[in-house]
Design a protein around this ligand. Sequence first.
Ligand code: MIC
Ligand code: SF4
Length: 754
Amino acid sequence: MVFDIDLIKNIYQHYPQKIDLIRQKIGKPLTLTEKILYAHLAEGEELKAYKRGEDYVNFSPDRVAMQDATAQMALLQLMNSGRKRVAVPSTVHCDHLIQAYKNAHDDLIVAESNNHEVYQFLRDVSNKYGIGFWKPDAGIIHQVVLENYAFPGGMMIGTDSHTPNAGGLSMIAIGVGGADAVDVMAGMPWELKMPKIIGVKLIGKLSGWASPKDVILKLAGILTVKGGTNSIIEYFGEGTESLSATGKATICNMGAEVGATTSIFPYSKKSADYLSMTGRREVVDLANTLSDCFNPDKAVLEQPENYYDQVIEINLSTLEPYVNGPFTPDLAYPISQLASAVKEHDYPDNMEVGLIGSCTNSSYEDMMRAASVIDNANKLGLKVNAKLIINPGSEQVKYTSKRDGILSRFEQAGAAIMANACGPCIGQWRRDDVADEHKNSIVTSFNRNFAKRNDGSPNTYAFVCSPEIVVALSIAGKLSFNPLTDNLINDKGEKVKLPEPIGDELPRQGFAVDDAGYIEPMADGSLVEVRIAPNSERLQQLLPFSPWDGKDIISQPLLIKATGKCTTDHISMAGKWLKFRGHLDNISNNMLIGAVNAFNQKTNSVLDAQTGDYVEVPALARKLKAQGVGSIVVAEENYGEGSSREHAAMEPRFLNVKAIVVKSFARIHETNLKKQGMLALTFVNKDDYDKIREDDQISITGLCDFAPGKNLTLTLHHRDGSQDSFAVAHTYNQAQIEWFKAGSALNKLKEEFK
Ligand code: MIC
Ligand code: SF4
């Protein structure tokens, strides 16, 4: 059985009474976010109004989902936790490790052979600990979760930053690192700083070329990649009612790009339609009776500014399609302004590849609308002038799209249909048609477009937009094309205009699938033996990090002072490195190799102050570690933006980095650092960043009195004998300070099971 109705019945049983009690205790009308969060307070947690943006609160999520690239580290930690079987329903999804090259069939054979050891490991651990297993090609984690597990009013965490996708079905779904997932799987409460709530009011109705994706692309431009930090984005207003469930999921998914903790939509008729169509009629029957619980209170809707920390209004009726990029998802261009931006910034106008897929935009509706643009082009005598690559979101979407003739329309247009997996979205793309130095543009329906993310080339300019716009630009072969206003020349030399896309939200004949790809865990997995070959290059048993030695950090060299964006892709690159996600030693060889050194503007080239040579970052860290010396990493704003991969926190810890000192952190990454027993600090005065010199030795003092809200002191010992000293801040609460002292949260957890 894929989803468990009894579990949902259980959760729904006293939901209205719970909400009434919450309203009473908090003493004011409730937003949807508050209803679900407070309904999931961990046992023993006091029911009172927590301060948003300040108080740490313990929650009990209903589920955990993990994808194969992060699950390896999560499960290695689970094996060290002392727990025998997971405490809440959990699933593993094999989606990140399949490289897109030829087509689904051939690529899958290669993936199964290359990743055999890892898949076997994930399957064994799943069996042993009672975790549901979705095999390779079953689909992308978030699409599979939406189709099978998401339910209104629920709360889940997932080891992937786009877990918020399930907010499209009114679930609070939060992306976390593996160590957080281990807490929940081990039956411990899960801690989160009570988020602020950004209310986004949607009015009007989408039409023409505009799609749900454009809502979030526009919002990304307004909020920027940091604007949602420590906040939940709650959509409300009449505009939410006309959006399909998968469209709402698209919007929630990409809330990750503005740093939001998660995003959520109210329950509506469209949610019910999707749940019914995906085999969950029973959930609908229950949820319909609770619809007040899954919507904000009336008073909130009447005076939203009184209940949300910030309110933004977007009018769907006048919304233009957006194309965001390159290199950052918040560089938002309404399509009417793209052509001039292409000229002004000299973006390569030649559009070389259009890619449709990713967890953001690979639903049935997405496929159908995109295919309708191809249909229209065919009728008008137009050809597709770029390569097209399609990764469907799940086997169910693929099977149904094939049955309904959608896939064949892509194929006739020359598209390659790849596996139901992440593929090029995470650099799993063997692109052999361009040389690295060739400046080129690609347009994708994905969510992220950081440099080198898709094909590894720094000269690929990636832009994100809706699937229908991907197809339109691919037909034109030009980035500067605006399908709303521009003509194209057809095979008869006539000027023609592409009609607007159309598509059904849900398949008229319902969804169908032969084998969805799910494997139920054994009822009793206690005898399953999990094997890790000692000489494996893919998997390595985890050794606990050592506890804090009780001393301040004294005179440790600077490892790197990074400048500009330093996302998790810069800290622990994906693509070809994904294969080492279960082997901490091997993956540490990519540590910070994408970060730009502030002193020479180069990547992976830092000063070894002992020799005066410029060397690779991991090599220097390893050398220092071998000498028993630590090091310090310094960076700018929103450090660790992007992914939930905890490798970005574990690698520095493993290579003996003592502290990460930055202007600001992205939420998931800051928690990941804390969980791994690392010091995550911020400049109190951001200009102090400028004081750090390349050959500095750095001391951090005050650790013996490490306490919540109390700053530490950082001292720079410059080579010329002078010094600079200033305060650095942290956000550790008492429990997190204990993680630091124990060496990691896992070390602390283990003490509980002793
Ligand atoms: C991503 O989109 O960057 C990933 C790959 O899905 C990551 C997780 C990972 O690094 O494995 C994410 O978003 O959390
Ligand atoms: Fe996979 Fe891309 Fe979605 Fe991450 S963003 S889960 S890599 S499809």
